[in-house]
Design a protein around this ligand. Structure first.
Ligand code: ADP
Ligand code: MG
Length: 481
């Protein structure tokens, strides 16, 4: 629930800081808190932007048709490869779909270096092909007679033209490979696989949100949407074809299609989101200024940096780590002055710290940020700042779900929402805070948890990509695509 003035005053007092610190905290609590009323306003704009995106191309919320039609039966079977290029890691997964919503996976993970993220696209594709090659050898599948269908989870804005064709419109999340924008990521990867003579066919291009939705739907038939709350933030949901006014590709087999919303770009126009000066600073210094504004307030890539921006502002005002008139070497911590050095996972560790003297927080600040001898009051301040940023992110993520659900309507049996990503999985209280916001947004339902069921769709992109590859292969076999 939003803070009442009295609650807020007590919380500030409990920090035990100086009057100047108290004053500062009061201000940032106001800047980062979102009232129910504000959430409602954001939802309204979100729904309008959804409608706009469904009507025509080139809108802020792109609402991209995924070419994945209809719903799963739960009986899908077979062996598939899935490849997930999500942001932080590259994963190769061998998925065995066993039917009845059951599956088995074996996977391998590799880091994508900054050099690969910013170098030629061909190098990145060759690296991916090499990872697949090694994995197939490990699994004894390198000499397979028939081609393995691969579902390629490529989580960047792609305009799809078929289930395995599309063009990359822009990079996000710190990627900037040359020679990729305007090209088809499937063709680029397939060429790299051919160069290595690998028995693999890229049969589906999948956004991670679509994969998450499908993997959740494999055993939860009431699944309406899939969300990613990891490096980035985005969602997909099932839409009626008749609502996709911009659809021009002729009749479809099913009356429904999954839409990849690309909602990270929501409100790039800054009409509804309460951006603080810390958000503005982050945006200005990012590699994609003025874009992905919503994502920058929500996702794992950015939350730690927002916290760092607040802490640095406090340092500059001599409110933190350097009491006036004394020399404190902490101010010279190189790490606290370095962009992106405050990782979102630190916030998780700090928020879950329930020791009386905040020893865990102290430890994180010491070992990860080279800030030694931090006082308990300062630890409380850092914890409070993390809470403000983390809570705002959860409430905004919930508002996106509320927008989708309000757009589609809630059936009596309720809906399931599959969510993948380390932020949702590991950040303490993220889900609870999302439910709190949802309850505020749907006061007409006495227990919103029974109507909008948020669930971790772990490994969503792997299994989901395999399911998409399965659907695509079936469709191809019966010549319906
Ligand atoms: P991706 O989105 O690239 O597929 P993940 O879902 O693992 O990958 O998300 C990675 C993001 O999650 C990173 O931005 C990282 O900062 C954040 N993250 C990782 N661990 C945690 C954690 N324990 N708590 C909060 N955020 C985390
Ligand atoms: Mg992912």
């Amino acid at each position: 629930m939003p803070f009442s003035d009295a609650q807020e005053a007590t919380e500030i007092k409990e920090i035990g800081g100086s009057p100047a610190q108290e004053e500062y905290m009061k201000n940032i609590i106001n800047e980062f808190s979102l009232t129910t009323e504000h959430l409602c306003k954001i939802r309204t704009r979100f729904m309008k932007e959804m409608d706009k995106g469904l009507e025509k191309e080139g809108c802020t919320v792109a609402m991209i048709p995924s070419y994945v039609e209809g719903r799963l039966t739960g009986h899908e079977r077979g062996q598939f490869l899935a490849l997930d290029l999500g942001g932080t890691n590259l994963r190769v997964v061998l998925v065995t779909l066993e039917g009845e919503g059951k599956f088995k996976t074996v996977s391998t993970k590799a880091r994508v270096s900054d050099a690969l993220k910013n170098g030629p696209m061909r190098n990145l594709c060759d690296y991916i092909a090499e990872c697949i090659d090694t994995f197939l050898t490990e699994q004894g599948l390198e000499d397979k007679e028939s081609e393995l269908p691969l579902g390629y989870t490529f989580s960047f804005p792609v305009l799809q033209t078929k289930i395995n064709r599309g063009t990359l419109s822009q990079w996000t999340k710190g990627f900037a490979c040359t020679g990729a924008i305007g090209k088809d990521p499937v063709m680029l990867l397939q060429d790299a696989l051919l160069r290595k003579h690998l028995p693999v066919k890229v049969s589906a291009l999948v956004n991670d949100t679509v994969g998450t939705l499908l993997s959740n739907a494999y055993n939860k038939p009431n699944t309406l949407a899939g969300l990613i709350l990891g490096t980035g933030a985005n969602g997909a949901y099932i839409e009626k074809i008749s609502n996709i006014k911009k659809w021009k590709d002729g009749p479809t087999k099913s009356p429904e299609m999954i839409i990849n919303m690309e909602f990270g770009a929501f409100d790039n126009e800054r009409q509804a989101l309460p951006l603080t000066r810390f958000d503005n600073k982050l945006d200005r210094e990012s590699i994609n200024p003025h874009s992905q504004i919503f994502e920058k307030m929500i996702s794992g890539m950015y939350l730690g940096e927002i916290v760092r921006n607040v802490l640095v502002d406090m340092i500059d005002r001599e409110l933190l780590f350097s009491p006036k008139g004394t020399f404190n070497p902490n101010v010279w911590s190189k790490e606290i002055s370095t962009m992106w050095a405050f990782e979102t996972s630190f916030m998780s560790k700090i928020e879950e710290d329930d020791t009386e003297n905040l020893s865990q927080t102290k430890e994180v600040l010491d070992t990860s940020l080279n800030l030694s001898n931090v006082s308990v009051v300062e630890c409380r301040i850092v914890k409070k700042v993390s809470e403000l940023v983390g809570k705002r992110a959860a409430r905004l993520a919930a508002t996106a779900i509320a927008g989708i659900v309000s757009h589609c309507g809630i059936p009596d049996e309720g809906v399931d929402i599959g969510i993948d990503g380390s932020l949702f999985e590991f950040y303490p209280s993220f889900k609870t805070r999302m439910y709190e916001a949802l309850q505020e947004l749907f006061p007409e339902h006495s227990d919103i948890r029974t109507k909008i069921r948020l669930g971790l769709a772990k490994d969503g992109s792997g299994v989901g990509a395999a399911l998409t590859a399965c659907v695509a292969t079936k469709a191809e076999g019966t010549k319906v695509v």
